[in-house]
Design a protein around this ligand. Structure first.
Ligand code: GLC
Length: 398
């Protein structure tokens, strides 16, 4: 089927974003060089400290898998211009020419293939370091496209390319036709994604684009034409995409899971970021959060990947469906009065707005059957010792 790869991408549902590079060593976020006005000379001293442990990819991919992610998008090169892959002589600003001395993109792809995760490549468009980025743009574009060609040729089949930074020079000639044709030549079924940034959420910038982006935003349904364009919202645990050791501004696990549900409600994918530390290990809190998210995903499995939105609405819940079932997601089940009056007490009821009858209703996480009255039910489920946040009721409509 034409555009099958886009349908396949939509079914992946949940992915992990990984911001990893030289900036991970500085531990002040991926914009450290720019925001702290660090000179090239000083910044390049980080290369000598870039020592990535051998097991980094294995740990990362296993953690993603346990969290329920089906794909990972890795920063092969970020705005600082440093590449995790072998640039094959385009320059020597890559992991091969650091104490690590290895092609980290190769390790990443091998590990993804081994564990059944689809690898995606983030690649920056803007470049703080390239000598011609500001002075001879066409020469810079040649370098950019040569870099992308290496990524498309040397690592086998990949899920897609995720570009970022065109917003830095909105009026420049980025030669997008040529860039995307290079991808299609080697990877005809790769998703082409180009982040439109914070000010243009969900916009399609070019006919070759296969998915729109909602950076840290609210996902929205994507208008469908002849091409079944996907949507993806990327989100960060705290405030920085790259590792920032002092950033404790973490979102609650519950809010992250709600983001995932909201994305699926709009038929969008959710791309959740981690910023590994300089040696490639995950920050313990990130790994722990992913562990909790993974437990939720596992308890609610069959819900995330194949669901699509439905025209059916509900009071106090959002409704999604797959081939067989409907799902009502209740974000906050009230405590029942006998458990804790102080916490509010009344039990929320959910009404599915349809004339059909609900049948065979069960909570996905506990498997417990729920009594329904025609098309509504009492969200009585808070049972001391279980969670009252983001609960999914599975049912049929007859
Ligand atoms: C922004 C930032 C960048 C980050 C990206 C992730 O565009 O420039 O640092 O990689 O968002 O969506």
């Amino acid at each position: 089927m034409k555009y099958q790869y886009i349908h396949d991408f939509k079914k992946l549902g949940f992915g992990m974003f990984v911001h990893f590079g030289l900036y991970s060593v500085a531990a002040k976020g991926e914009w450290y060089k720019d925001m702290h006005r660090v000179s090239h000379e000083k910044y390049e001293k980080l290369v000598a400290k870039f020592k990535v442990k051998k097991t980094w990819a294995k740990e990362l991919v296993s953690t993603a898998k346990k969290a329920g992610c089906k794909y990972i998008t890795l920063t092969t090169r970020h705005h600082d211009g440093f590449s995790l892959f072998d640039t094959c002589g385009l320059n020597d600003y890559d992991a091969l020419h650091s104490p690590t001395g290895r092609d980290l993109v190769r390790e990443f792809v091998d590990e993804c293939n081994k564990q059944g995760i689809v690898p995606f490549f983030y690649h920056t468009l803007l470049d703080w370091r390239h000598p011609y980025y500001h002075t001879n743009f066409p020469v810079y574009i040649d370098y950019l496209i040569d870099s992308v060609e290496i990524l498309c040729k040397n690592y086998g089949k990949i899920g897609g390319l995720w570009f970022d930074g065109m917003w830095d020079k909105p009026d420049a000639d980025w030669q997008e036709d040529r860039l995307y044709a290079t991808i299609r030549k080697y990877q005809p079924e790769a998703m082409i994604i180009n982040n439109t940034g914070l000010s243009a959420l969900g916009e399609v910038g070019h006919p070759e684009i296969d998915s729109v982006t909602f950076e840290r935003g609210k996902p929205a349904p994507v208008a469908q034409g002849e091409k079944p364009i996907a949507g993806e919202m990327c989100q960060v645990f705290n405030d920085h995409w790259g590792y920032a050791e002092n950033d404790i501004n973490y979102k609650p696990v519950k809010a992250i899971i709600e983001n995932l549900v909201d994305c699926r409600y709009c038929n969008c994918n959710f791309l959740l970021n981690v910023g590994p530390m300089g040696n490639g290990s995950l920050r313990p809190i990130d790994a722990a959060m992913l562990g909790e998210i993974g437990k939720w995903v596992k308890a609610n499995k069959n819900f995330i990947y194949n669901v699509v939105s439905t025209e059916i609405e509900a009071e106090n819940a959002c409704v999604l469906k797959d081939e067989k079932y409907y799902y009502a997601v209740v974000k906050d089940v009230a405590m029942s009065a006998n458990v804790n009056v102080a916490l509010g007490g009344t039990v929320a009821s959910v009404k599915i707005l349809t004339d059909k009858k609900m049948k065979n209703a069960r909570w996905l996480d506990t498997g417990k059957a729920v009594k329904v009255k025609k098309n509504s039910f009492e969200a009585e489920p808070f049972f001391y010792g279980t969670s009252r946040s983001v609960r999914v009721l599975r049912f049929e409509l007859k």
